[in-house]
Design a binder for this molecule. Structure first.
Ligand code: KIV
Length: 266
């Protein structure tokens, strides 16, 4: 299988083909994901919740993400790897460079940062220095204490206009891809049309360029016993994890998942 790159993703968007992305934190599942045809592996700071058992992503450190990035890289040497810069690891430009360097050295091809238009300068400077950026907008879990909970973002005309403007601003600053989390489906579709780079949704409806889920969620594993509206358990009807991963790739590529019922209204 040829190694996946940012060019692979851009070609998929340009041809109107969907991108399948999952979080991943270890070598064995990374290998299984690569075999199943997942396009992008994300070492998300969700590892703070699903691996470490915290109730938010805030305790995660750059070293935690670097450790799991190296594990994933060993298991899936041909995968396109995105690694999260965790809470407060990009509060200043100097800190942003140091944190990004640690993750790129561990094997990441892109770093992901959460925020809005205020990220533009960091995105520009990272890209200029050889660290492409995936910008994560909408519900940004690192800001849970500012947002007052894990809530849908971009509802109402004013919030929707602001989110669209923010997405355009980060794309113009040089973001190589966007993740949109918990955004009304119709707004996510407009944002996807408005920017030329790939837009990956989670709780953003069926019309983004691709889909990402936390791997534990799509395998039907949950610490809390709760399942978000935008999650489907791909183990149902499948005999093993490998088959569930293949079913996820097929459902995303065939536009069967996410379906309209996995999205949110404005
Ligand atoms: O940390 C993570 O897993 C993420 C995804 C939910 C997009 O950011």
């Amino acid at each position: 299988m040829p190694a996946k790159t940012l060019t692979t993703l851009q070609k998929l968007k340009d041809k109107g083909e969907k991108i399948a992305m999952l979080t991943c934190y270890d070598a064995t599942l990374a290998h299984a994901c690569e075999e199943a045809g997942i396009d992008v592996l994300l070492i998300g700071d969700s590892l703070g919740m699903v691996l470490q058992g915290h109730d938010s992503t805030l305790p995660v450190t750059v070293s935690d993400i670097a450790y799991h990035t190296a594990c994933v890289k060993r298991g899936a040497p041909g995968a396109l790897i995105v690694a999260d810069l965790p809470f407060m690891a990009y509060a200043t430009l100097e800190q942003t460079f140091t944190s990004a360097a640690q993750l790129m050295r561990a094997g990441a091809h892109l770093v992901k940062i959460e925020g809005a238009a205020w990220l533009a300068e960091s995105i520009r400077q990272l890209a200029e220095r050889g660290a492409p950026v995936c910008a994560h907008l909408g519900l940004t879990p690192q800001a849970v204490n500012v947002l007052g909970g894990y809530k849908v973002q971009g509802r109402g005309d004013e919030q929707a206009r602001q989110l669209l403007e923010d997405c355009v601003a980060v794309a113009e600053a040089g973001a190589a891809m966007l993740v949109l989390e918990c955004v009304p489906s119709e707004l996510a579709a407009r944002i996807t049309q408005a920017v030329s780079v790939p837009v990956i949704g989670i709780g953003a409806g069926p019309d983004t360029d691709g889909q990402v889920l936390v791997i534990h969620d799509m395998l039907g594993l949950s610490l809390s016993g709760r399942t978000a509206k935008f999650v489907r358990n791909f183990m149902q009807g499948e005999g093993n994890i490998q088959a569930a991963l293949r079913a996820y790739v097929k459902a995303v590529k065939n536009r069967e998942f996410p379906a309209p019922e996995h999205g949110f209204s404005a």
